[in-house]
Design a protein around this ligand. Sequence first.
Ligand code: XBP
Ligand code: MG
Length: 268
Amino acid sequence: MAIEALIFDVDGTLADTEEAHRVAFNLAFERHRLGWTWSRTDYRQLLEVTGGKERIASYIDMLPVSAAERTRLHGLVPALHAEKTRFYTAVVQEGGVPLRDGVARLIHEALDHGCRLAIASTTTAVNIHALLTSTLGSRGLDLFAVIACGDQVRAKKPAPDIYRLALATLGLQPEQALALEDSVNGLRAATGAGLWTLVTPTFWTQGDDFAAAGLVLPGLGEPQAPLDGEPGCLLKTAGWLCFEELCALASPPPPLNTVQALYRGLTS
Ligand code: XBP
Ligand code: MG
């Protein structure tokens, strides 16, 4: 089946955002005088929990505090996360988080081929608005037919819910779309919804188990910054992943015997 939509994850896939998120979390903790600081090592571990509010709650559950103090701290999560989001969106709106190599190119190639774009992300709509408008211009949001994100689903990644919501809103079957992700949680969510998935890991997810991915690349590459060893190792047509090759990878032609059987049927 032809690919009619690309469904992008946001954090780590459209842009390498997690360092900006980490700094924003720490600024919010400082503002609330909690004495918490998430190091890069802490954060890589904490990223196993998707969703900023859920991530803070999981951190609180690990703290050696009384039940009453734990309850009090859990009560702070919404305000902490709102503060963190203000810090994060301020950095993004100032242009502090660029798109990853090849993302803008692939987006426009897909649109030029009449392919729709969608988002399936755990982050908040506010964060997505800030990223898309700061990197793709004031009409950045309009490039995406569907934006499925944050609390629109009860079960966040690795549950497939957000991808199922994106597919349902697009009116497509999984075979008519593909997903682009950066993490194991995202890969599980996308494949759980039946989607062929390209994974482009970042520092935060490098080395995780991506065996279920249709293809793993260090990034999408650019004509002026081709991927090492490509075309050749994984890509056939160019040193960067172009829209046509991505679709061919995601929806390979039927095996020859199927084609032969079809041909026999037509000629008998
Ligand atoms: C990654 C996440 C998000 C971000 C932080 O989302 O799990 O929680 O780390 O953003 P994606 P929030 O699905 O785009 O990779 O604090 O807004 O959750
Ligand atoms: Mg991600």
